[in-house]
Design a protein around this ligand. Structure first.
Ligand SMILES: NC(=O)c1ccc[n+]([C@@H]2O[C@H](COP(=O)([O-])OP(=O)(O)OC[C@H]3O[C@@H](n4cnc5c(N)ncnc54)[C@H](OP(=O)(O)O)[C@@H]3O)[C@@H](O)[C@H]2O)c1
Length: 185
């Protein structure tokens, strides 16, 4: 497949690059020409393999680790990325904590709602706080949050996941209005 989008000289960070979707997202961004900050949480080995693949494509890459639910951890990724690649023009929020098992609202544990809140809502708040200010200073940026069809389907047993993803959607829609004047979409 050839891509019409050209991202040469752009720098992207993808959280959850070691996940199913993030891995493909990173390869696609690199194919379009972007240099990539590969974020992982626990799977350092897969991140290293991905870095090798990206560099073999002729792109620059660095690997960064963070817990996306923790603001300090997310902020600590900035310096290693800036020092190796530069400040990201593109943020792709792909990481997610899995919640299992899914149950009905009446049966789901209250605690099961906390992980989607942290990994969907706070994840995006943390990324925005860490990377949007530099985009504002440059008057350019792209922020891509990966949602799910479950948000629209609102199927039984999916309330915890759907609540997190709908909350994430709300944060990003508000953020878009707050920073859109800086050509950040
Ligand atoms: N897969 C699908 O069919 C599908 C469908 C619709 C939407 N989505 C959405 O696509 C996105 C990616 O899903 P996926 O299926 O690719 O997920 P996945 O394969 O389960 O991967 C999850 C990723 O998130 C990272 N992660 C988990 N907890 C983290 C934490 N606390 N801090 C930082 N990173 C953490 C993992 O890192 P490590 O592996 O390094 O620990 C991994 O890279 C999600 O937003 C999901 O809602 C997926």
């Amino acid at each position: 497949m050839s891509l019409s989008i050209k991202l040469s000289s752009r720098i992207a960070i993808t959280t959850g690059a070691t996940g199913q979707v993030g891995y493909v997202m990173v390869l696609t961004l690199a194919e379009a020409g972007a240099d990539i900050a590969i974020h992982y949480h626990g799977n350092a080995g897969k991140a290293a393999v991905l870095q090798t693949e990206i560099e073999a494509m002729g792109r620059r890459a660095c690997v960064v680790q963070a817990d996306v639910t923790d603001l300090n951890s997310v902020r600590e990724m900035r310096d290693p990325i800036s020092n190796t690649l530069g400040s990201p023009d593109i943020v792709v929020a792909c990481a997610v904590e899995s919640v299992w098992p899914w149950s009905s609202v009446l049966e789901e544990d209250i605690a099961d709602y906390e992980s989607p809140f942290r990994s969907c809502v706070l994840h995006n708040v943390n990324l925005a706080k860490a990377f949007i200010p530099a985009m504002q200073a440059r008057n350019a940026g792209r922020y891509i949050g990966i949602n799910t069809e479950c948000s629209m389907q609102v199927a039984p047993t999916q309330s915890a996941y759907t609540a997190g993803k709908r909350g994430m959607d709300a944060v990003l829609r508000v953020l878009a209005k707050e920073v859109g004047e800086h050509q950040i979409t």
